[in-house]
Design a protein. Structure first.
Length: 447
């Protein structure tokens, strides 16, 4: 008898849970989503106040218009700020009684800790996808979590950037009868051919410290994916065997003439301009150059190239794998003071997990965090561009070190050392010892 009663009680509980889960799955009573039911009960439309500095309004407006179309009763009031102004204004606005925001863009690496006390942890959001973490890349989500000192997630990452990748003049590469290089040895062979062509630089790149650091840690990441993270966290020494090996590889591409030492004098947008004018076969840059893959971008910006492709920087060592440092750049958070948190979660879901991703991603300012995302085919007119973007997307999502620097160390020490190595003025071992000596001097914070 006790067993029968217990079974009946258990069945009742299961049925009750099932009904609750069904309501939750449907979103509310009568199969309505919670936000729809709430708006119907209140009878009032909702306007979400959304502040951000990135992506820009021009990038977001198409996605927001589509959200408003498919979600009647919710309007979005978007306000865009310049990055420097936003970093100062957002914390103040979140702490003010007169300025109630519903959604905020969070520059994940630099702003998370300044605003997290005023944001709802993502784990507490109602009306958000239960399996959302399975749908976003682990690298981006992990970086967003680690950005907060308490290890909690306060924003959902929209997308990431990548450090060193390589773009190429696809039409010219085809004329040379070669494919995009998978290894540095392949690249060296192509460069040898390209040097015979008049008025052409085989590879252009920036000699600025930030870009040289990206190149170094791209090479390092091919065999030691976590090296950059470990160095900046103080968990490995700058003169460790892994670092000496990375510096040796970095030096070798200049010693072998794969990348010309003379190009180290290029700064700013000079490499991109040379490449865009057809005066270079390859451009070594970051993922921010990906709009070059788009026909419409090249036309609007008077870039003369007819076809551009891209890929990961070629692998240097036989046992290496393609790598790049990446960074979850922009997250979307919900302020604690928001009176429309459920509706805000709906918009964030649309922009990070839903159809909104295909809208805002077309300008390629960020590589979306959404797993298995494929860009609308209308953006690209050639296989080189289509496959190139997919390759860049894949290497950024593959994991590895974060695209972060100790800016003071880079400006005062590291940048000059890397240039001296590239120019043959310092051996890798002496460079590594010098970096470690300066890093351990106490002038730079290792955390």
């Amino acid at each position: 008898m006790r067993g029968t009663a217990r079974a009946f009680t258990l069945m009742t509980a299961v049925l009750s849970l099932g009904l609750t889960a069904a309501c939750a799955a449907d979103g509310g009573a009568d199969g309505q989503k919670p936000v729809e039911q709430a708006r119907q009960n209140s009878g009032k439309p909702v306007t979400l106040k959304y502040w951000t500095s990135f992506p820009p309004e021009a990038t977001l407006k198409g996605a927001i218009a589509e959200f408003e179309r498919v979600t009647p009763g919710i309007k979005v009031e978007l306000r865009e700020f310049k990055a420097a102004d936003y970093a100062e204004r957002l914390p103040k606005a979140l702490g003010a009684d007169h300025e109630v925001l519903d959604i905020v863009g969070v520059q994940i690496p630099t702003m998370t800790n300044a605003v997290k006390a005023r944001l709802l942890p993502v784990a507490t959001w109602d009306n958000f996808s239960e399996d959302w973490q399975e749908k976003l890349g682990e690298t981006a989500v992990g970086q967003a979590e680690r950005a907060a000192k308490d290890g909690k997630l306060y924003s959902v990452p929209m997308g990431s950037s990548g450090g060193t990748v390589m773009y190429y003049n696809a039409a010219l590469l085809s004329e040379l009868g070669v494919s995009f290089p998978e290894t540095v040895a392949d690249l060296e062979s192509i460069v040898t051919k390209a040097k015979k062509l008049p008025n052409l630089q085989p590879i252009v790149f920036s000699g600025e410290p930030q870009q040289q650091e990206e190149l170094l840690f791209t090479i390092a990441g091919q065999t030691s994916p976590e090296l950059s993270d470990d160095l900046f966290a103080g968990e490995k020494k700058w003169n460790s065997p892994e670092m000496v090996s990375a510096l040796t590889g970095y030096k070798s591409i200049f010693d072998r003439g794969v990348m010309a030492k003379s190009a180290l004098s290029l700064k700013g947008d000079a490499p991109a301009k040379l490449f865009g004018s057809g005066k270079a076969l390859f451009l070594v840059g970051d993922s921010g150059q990906s709009p070059l893959l788009s026909d419409s971008y090249r036309k609007d910006n008077k870039v003369s190239l007819t076809d551009v492709g891209a890929g990961a920087f070629p692998v240097l060592l036989p046992d290496g794998k393609p790598a790049v440092r990446s960074l979850a750049e922009e997250g979307l958070g919900i302020p604690k003071a928001s009176k429309h948190a459920a509706e805000a979660a709906e918009l964030i879901k649309f922009l990070t997990l839903g159809d909104g991703v295909a809208k805002w991603s077309k300008d390629m300012t960020l590589v979306p965090s959404l797993k298995d995302f494929r860009m609308d085919q209308e953006v690209f007119s050639t296989d080189a561009a289509r496959e190139g973007y997919a390759d860049v997307q894949e290497v950024i999502g593959a994991g590895g070190s974060a695209r972060t620097s100790n800016q003071a160390f880079l400006d005062e020490v590291e940048g000059d050392v890397l240039l001296d190595v590239a120019r043959g003025k310092l051996t890798p071992k002496k460079a590594a010892d010098q970096l470690q000596q300066e890093w351990s001097s106490g002038r730079f914070d290792a955390k």
